[in-house]
Design a protein around this ligand. Structure first.
Ligand SMILES: Nc1ncnc2c1ncn2[C@@H]1O[C@H](COP(=O)(O)OP(=O)(O)OP(=O)(O)O)[C@@H](O)[C@H]1O
Ligand SMILES: [Mg+2]
Length: 352
């Protein structure tokens, strides 16, 4: 196996972020977290109100990796570089994974592969499809393979440089005709990342300036920075070359355990249910990828802290009573973020 220099990972990822940040303004931190997820081979749920460039951000990532709707054949199976699935109430599981279709000429059933056969899948507005359809995607994410008829196809072929990265978007405001993902399924996502409104008047003005005299979307002009198989090499490098010193491992374990009210009583003020060992495993992986983005082969406390909220926020069940108490101007989702942030801040202070 070829491992890369950590300095190369740092450099390439900086170029990718610079490209994306030049067409989607004001989300430097979010872009970094998405790269952390990609390098830890984890999927992302992007949450934000309509019109904050969620879809555009994801398309920009595909562009910088040179992935388009064009297909690449790996081991005889055609995979698209990038596919977007618009989730709607009438979307069926087979619209995601694929199905067998009858060919009258050969009088045989042949597989028609669905859009999940892709390097990057944008699952847009995932909470608008019915749970059965959501499950089809979530299962494919978990298993990294799909069965059609009696044949099972891999969605990830590491030795051939084929990765599988799902980015789902959803609107946090629970509108009519949406089906919120159940907690147990949210757990399939390495991170849930929030995209808020542009951070300042200056940035927002620049967004308008960027679009002012263009017909096309700015991201359409992005050039590829690396080829897709590089991502697999980078993932392998992070997994094998970045280490977690004993004191940092202890710190992570203490953090995770302190989110559990039965272990750390004050956590009960914030959380009904704390983080699972699976959450802890993901936290370690994400912290390692964050260290790699700094070009470092050793995880430090700052790496853990920078990814903590995004890795844990969708796995902690906030205290219902406290939620009602702090509800921010009637916006339930803002109260949820705030409560989880406060709870994690308290835990960080106690554990340090
Ligand atoms: N911060 C930003 N920088 C650059 N362009 C932006 C920014 N915010 C919004 N835009 C532009 O606004 C438009 C809407 O973006 P996009 O469709 O990606 O939003 P969305 O979050 O996916 O919305 P929806 O939830 O409705 O699908 C696009 O043309 C996008 O380029
Ligand atoms: Mg969108």
């Amino acid at each position: 196996m070829i491992v890369l220099d950590l300095s190369e990972i740092k450099e390439v990822c900086r170029k990718i972020s610079d490209s994306i940040n030049s067409v989607v303004l004001g989300y430097e931190k979010e872009v970094k977290l998405i790269l952390v997820s990609l390098l830890s081979n984890g999927h992302v749920l992007l949450e934000g109100v309509p019109g904050v460039a969620k879809t555009t951000l994801i398309k920009s990532i595909a562009k910088t990796l040179g992935l388009s709707e064009k297909t690449v054949v790996v081991d005889g199976v055609p995979y698209r570089g990038f596919s977007r699935i618009q989730f709607t109430p009438d979307l069926m599981p087979s619209d995601i994974t694929g199905t067998l279709v009858y060919n009258p000429q050969t009088r045989e059933f042949e597989p028609r592969l669905g859009p999940v056969f892709s390097y990057i899948v944008l699952a847009d507005e995932i909470n608008r499809a019915v749970p059965r359809t959501q499950s089809a995607l979530l299962q494919a994410m978990q298993e990294r393979e799909v069965t059609i008829g009696d044949k099972t196809y891999p969605l990830e072929i590491r030795e051939k440089g084929k990765f599988f990265f799902v980015l789902a978007t959803q609107n946090p405001v629970e509108q009519e005709a949406t089906y919120p993902l159940p907690e147990a399924q949210l757990d399939r996502f390495l991170m849930r990342i929030f995209m808020e409104y542009p951070p300042s008047l200056e940035v927002e003005k620049n967004v308008y300036r960027l679009h002012m005299s263009r017909v096309k979307e700015p991201y359409e002009d992005l050039e590829p920075v690396v080829e897709a198989p590089w991502i697999i090499k980078a993932q392998e490098t992070v997994a094998t070359q970045v280490t977690v010193p004993e004191d940092i491992l202890e710190y992570i374990t203490r953090l995770i355990r302190s989110t559990r009210p039965q272990i750390f009583e004050p956590a009960a003020d914030y959380f009904e249910l704390g983080a699972s060992p699976r959450a802890g495993i993901f936290l370690v992986k994400a912290a390692k990828a964050h260290a790699a983005l700094r070009g470092s082969s050793e995880v430090e406390e700052v790496d853990v802290e920078e990814v903590l909220f995004s890795v844990l926020n969708h796995r902690l069940i906030p205290s219902f009573e406290k939620l009602v108490e702090i509800e921010v101007k009637g916006e339930r989702h803002l109260a949820r973020y705030k409560l989880i942030k406060e709870g994690l801040d308290l835990i960080k202070k106690t554990v340090r």
